[in-house]
Design a protein around this ligand. Structure first.
Ligand code: FES
Length: 653
């Protein structure tokens, strides 16, 4: 007689197992990873599976509850104490009696697929660096004089198969108390890197500890974003953000570096500021997720090189000029307490590697999240900030650079510009006949020419124009013929429209008249200088991209991903009208939101991703735009709208 056939869903993995095999063992043998904290003692409830019934003819398997062992006393006890949802069984206790289709629910699988909370719905396979391991320890005995810690170690090695097991020193004075409190049972949090033989006990609780959390944090120069994530289920328990308090030392990165250079305690001040902001974010996410700091065992941080250095307490002065030397480019593995971050005393901290002096751990995280190195298409990833970080590549080769776009895309250095916030104009249309504009502001669904518009913006008023609004208005001015290919505002139109007005020796376009009423807000004008600032920023971005395309020996890109907040609001069509990005199918240009944060979460939930990005970054070719002789040439051509020499066939199509 052949052994029963067992099929695990949703992976589809299958195999034959002798009658009586525990379902958990069958899963392990097939590589279907089911979480387990108690090591099969039917106490943690992490190993739940669902027995499928019904018609699975497609798989040619008959399945029924009869083909699994009846609930044993341990399962019944678990059900009584904690409740087991209908049809769920503990896979460590349930045995195979016949052909079965077993569903592994997403919330209990180690390599479960966790849906991202943001717009993006890609999945994160799980294999965390921290595992929670419950053990029963032999009691001390006069005839066996070994230490409590040593017996704990033996139990962990025996039950969980660890070979080289070490302990964080701070635990030693606590071990005896914990083991007695747990009545000779305990749960150890064990940290093990993907390619390391050494496992390390970093925290210990009496009895069964069935929760563990981690932080994924993106330190931006403007905003800090944080997710609190369950390491056991992959669920995002809370997310929050705050503005980076270092702004008071300098608006952009270079001014923060100069602040360090000019003030003896400048570095210290900025390090303290960012760490304090992160600590209050931890308070916020803990409160929102109803989680204790002590239950946070792991953390992953990403940021551009200057944020990375300041957070770690490293002087960023070297990053202020050529050759832009990083103090450390590889991944950083430390204890959270090393930098004074108060989580569980044994909590770990991991920072992704930096790609180059200008292209940081945030770009590495974006690369990990978007995965150009995992696919065949030539993918361009653009993360626009004060410096645009650009990554281009595919499975064969990935290259990266940063381009000095300046702050124009963020609304700075533009006369009516502001950061993206309620009240800021984000969409603009100009009628090519009358040259009359209409616009929409963040916080309102209505266009400015629709009834009720002023009421809808009552709370904030119309306060200025943000980065995506500036892109749109310059593109619309070009499409309406108000500015030429060279970006010059056509003064002759002032005869035709009151919107075009003289401003010294150049001309401006009046997007909006000012008024005293709060709702209507100030006058907003696009000057010749504003148009120039956008041209300079977009030319820098395009020239950087073009250099990367030359390195890749390619004339076109297959796909473009805009990372970051700016990318979420920008309309790809307008980005291409301006020649911000190279020609590409418009439906293959997408905004991917906070991809750096997503990459940080991937590294938090899967230690394999840490190894993957470390390897990828070590192979990424870095291009220093400032040193490339052709940068200037590409830059000059890219000053024109959309470009002096490069065609945009997809745009006209
Ligand atoms: Fe803990 Fe099954 S492994 S209940």
């Amino acid at each position: 007689i052949t052994d029963p056939l067992v099929l695990f869903m949703p992976s589809g993995k299958r195999g034959r197992f002798p009658v009586g095999t525990p379902v958990l063992d069958a899963a392990r043998q097939l590589g279907v990873y089911v979480e387990s904290v108690c090591g099969g003692r039917a106490t943690c409830g992490r190993c739940q599976v669902e027995v499928q019934e019904g018609n699975f003819a497609k798989h040619k398997i008959v399945s029924s509850n009869d083909h699994i062992s009846p609930k044993g006393p341990k399962e019944e006890r678990y059900e009584r104490v904690r409740g087991l949802p209908e049809r769920r069984r503990l896979s460590c206790s349930a045995q195979i009696l016949g052909d079965l289709v077993i569903d592994v629910p997403q919330d209990t699988v180690i390599n479960a697929q966790t849906i991202r909370k943001d717009a993006d719905t890609r999945v994160i396979a799980r294999d965390t660096a921290i595992r929670m391991c419950y053990v029963e320890i032999e009691e001390p005995d006069m005839h066996n004089p070994s230490g409590d810690l040593d017996r704990l170690k033996i139990a962990l090695m025996k039950d969980w198969g660890f070979k080289n097991l070490e302990f964080d020193f701070y635990l030693l004075p606590q071990v005896q108390g914990i083991l007695r409190k747990g009545n000779w049972t305990a749960t150890a949090a064990i940290h093990k890197d993907a390619d390391s033989d050494i496992a390390r006990v970093i925290a210990l609780w009496p009895g069964l500890k069935n929760e563990a959390y981690g932080l994924a944090c993106d330190i931006g120069s403007t905003t800090i974003a944080m997710h609190l994530v369950s390491l056991l289920s992959g669920r995002v328990a809370a997310s929050s953000g705050t503005s980076n308090p270092q702004i008071r030392f300098g608006e952009d990165l270079m001014s923060r570096v100069s602040y360090v250079m000019m003030n003896p305690d400048g570095r210290e001040g900025m390090t303290v500021a960012v760490r304090e902001a992160i600590s209050s974010l931890v308070d916020k996410v803990c409160a929102e997720g109803n989680v204790q700091r002590n239950d946070i065992l792991d953390s992953v941080f990403v940021g551009n090189p200057i944020m990375h250095h300041l957070f770690l307490g490293i002087d960023p002065t070297e990053l202020g000029g050529a050759p832009f030397a990083l103090a450390v480019s590889g991944a950083v593995r430390i204890k959270a307490s090393d930098i004074g971050l108060k989580l569980n005393q044994g909590a770990r901290l991991y920072m992704l590697p930096c790609i180059a002096g200008h292209v940081g751990a945030d770009a590495a995280a974006v690369t990990l999240s978007e995965g150009p190195h995992r696919q065949d298409e030539m993918m361009l990833i653009v993360d626009v900030g004060t410096n645009a970080e650009i990554v281009l590549g595919n499975r064969a080769r990935v290259v990266a650079a940063s381009s000095p776009t300046g702050p124009a895309f963020e609304g700075a250095e533009i006369s009516g510009g502001q950061r993206a916030a309620p009240g800021a104009i984000e969409r603009v249309r100009i009628d090519p006949e009358t040259l009359e504009p209409k616009y929409r502001v963040i916080g309102s669904e209505l266009w400015s020419d629709e009834p009720g518009f002023l009421d809808s913006v009552q709370a904030t008023g119309v306060t200025g124009i943000c980065g995506s609004g500036i892109i749109e208005i310059v593109a619309e001015m070009y499409l309406a013929g108000i500015i030429s290919e060279d970006g010059v505002v056509d003064g002759s139109l002032s005869a035709r429209s009151p919107r075009v007005v003289a401003n010294g020796r150049t001309f401006s376009y009046v997007l909006k008249e000012g008024s005293a009423s709060k709702e209507d807000g100030p006058k907003i004008t696009i000057t010749q200088t504003d148009v120039r600032a956008i041209q300079l920023a977009k030319a820098a971005l395009y020239a950087g991209t073009k250099l990367l395309m030359e390195k890749q020996n390619t004339e076109h890109v297959d796909r473009i991903h805009f990372a970051g907040a700016f990318g979420s609001f920008i309309d790809p069509k307008y980005a291409m009208v301006l020649g911000l990005i190279p020609d590409c199918d418009l439906d293959k240009v997408s905004a991917v939101g906070n991809a750096a944060g997503a990459g940080a979460r991937m590294a938090l939930l899967n230690r394999g991703y840490r190894r993957e990005i470390e390897e990828t970054v070590s192979q990424i070719e870095k291009i220093e735009t400032a040193l490339e002789p052709k940068f200037q040439e590409h830059f000059v051509y890219a000053m024109a709208l959309p470009n002096k020499v490069d065609p945009f066939p997809k745009l006209s199509a």
